[in-house]
Design a protein around this ligand. Structure first.
Ligand code: ZN
Length: 406
């Protein structure tokens, strides 16, 4: 028993819903495979960060992998740039970027510049801009999105977004969020860059052509989620386990890359409802041949709940369940299924309700739980754990936990 597969179903758990007869989507779903895992495993509830804390997906994942988010998380930017495969260095400042359209008064008329996709020439021009004190590096993301890294000495991620986050508002100047000289310096560098970027983009032939064609010009760069790339001990070093990551959505590939996991791309995985979950699970089982630990991320239950679509969420859970069937045949592997947070369909948002967790595999002290539901697992022998405990428990089950004392 020296392998483990951790399946994190984003926003899997929920609250009871009247239209589902007072059940949650997970409780209402037909899920024979998940229920079988519950029968074979030890069950419980997990606060991925802590009691009463509503977790974002990024911090919840860090915590589940045993990296204290209060130490290592400074913003979403680093995860996004990692997710699109950018190479980053410790202390780089990373942002999520958008090409947008502004009018001459710098009011945003479209936050996505008409969902422009052919941004490669624009990115090339932006790369040529020279600003004293820092170098800007770019990589095209999906459609209008772009990953941005600022590299230099004594920089800080404690700066605001220039993105007002809504249309028909003026773009904002970036300002320091604390009094440190590094934050003031970084804000100045970013503002200088954004001014030049506007000049370059507004004058670019591609944008002139777009205007002639009646399309929106991509004449402004919106930056948000500044974060400093943390100095993390790679997962393999921290736990002595070779590891792989299988995810559709960029953020979760970013988590894997940041932790030094081998990111395996599987075709047909989209991070959406139509994602080929079976392909992911098959790829994960294959990856167990040359990795000790495989992390699989499945996204859409969260997105559906954020749309208030509890029926869609229930159906998606049934789809996950079908895809999990081959895991029941694994003989020398611990199978762990859980979520990064609860997403309440009624509130359309993440909540702090603890998430269900099951750990199945030979040697696990089983309990009497026979259904993988939020309330059923509450009677399980794992009890209440926090995200930070999970890797310790898995290592111990694998016989690889360090001994405390003599
Ligand atoms: Zn999430």
């Amino acid at each position: 028993m020296n392998k483990a597969i951790l399946i994190i179903c984003d926003g899997l758990s929920d609250r009871p819903i009247d239209e589902l007869g007072g059940k949650t989507p997970l409780e209402a779903a037909l899920k024979p495979n998940l229920d079988e895992l519950s029968r074979r495993g030890v069950n419980g509830l997990m606060h991925t960060i802590d009691i009463g804390i509503r977790p974002g997906s990024d911090v919840a994942h860090l915590s589940i992998f045993g990296y204290d988010p209060y130490t290592y998380y400074t913003g979403r930017g680093p995860f996004e740039v990692a997710g699109i495969g950018m190479d980053f260095k410790e202390k780089d400042i990373a942002f999520r970027g958008n090409f947008a359209t502004v009018d001459p008064a710098l009011t945003i008329t479209d936050r996505r510049a008409g969902r422009i996709d052919n941004t490669q020439d624009l990115i090339e021009e932006l790369t040529k801009i020279k600003i004293e004190g820092g170098r800007f590096i770019f990589k095209k993301g999906v459609a209008h999105r772009v990953g941005v890294i600022l590299r230099g000495d004594d920089l800080s991620a404690k700066i605001s977004d220039n993105d007002p986050h809504i249309t028909y508002e003026k773009v904002q100047k970036v300002y320091p969020l604390d009094n440190k000289p590094s934050s003031k310096k970084t804000a100045k560098i970013v503002n200088r860059f954004l001014e030049k970027a506007y000049q370059v983009l507004a004058a670019h032939p591609l944008n002139k052509k777009r205007v002639q064609m009646g399309l929106l010009p991509a004449n402004y760069l919106l930056l948000r989620g500044a974060g400093q790339v943390p100095n993390l001990i790679p997962f393999s070093q921290k736990y002595g386990l070779t590891s792989a990551c299988i995810a559709g959505a960029g953020l979760y590939k970013g988590v894997g890359k940041m932790l030094g996991m081998k990111v395996i791309n599987v075709s047909g995985t989209t991070g959406k409802e139509d994602s080929d979950i079976s392909a992911k699970i098959k790829a994960a089982i294959k990856a167990l041949n040359d990795h000790d630990f495989v992390f699989v991320h499945i996204k859409a239950a969260d997105t559906l709940a954020e749309d208030g679509n509890f029926l869609g969420k229930k159906e998606f859970i049934e789809k996950i369940d079908k895809a999990l069937a081959p895991t029941l045949k694994l003989t020398d592997t611990f199978i762990i299924v859980t979520a990064d947070h609860t997403t309440a369909s009624t509130l359309k948002m993440h909540t702090s309700d603890p998430v269900p967790i099951v750990i199945a595999g030979r040697g696990v002290r089983t309990d009497h739980v026979s259904s993988f539901g939020e309330r059923a697992v509450a009677g399980g022998k794992l009890g209440f754990i926090r995200g930070e405990h999970l890797m310790k428990i898995i290592l111990d089950l694998m016989g690889k936990a360090p001994l405390f004392g003599a």
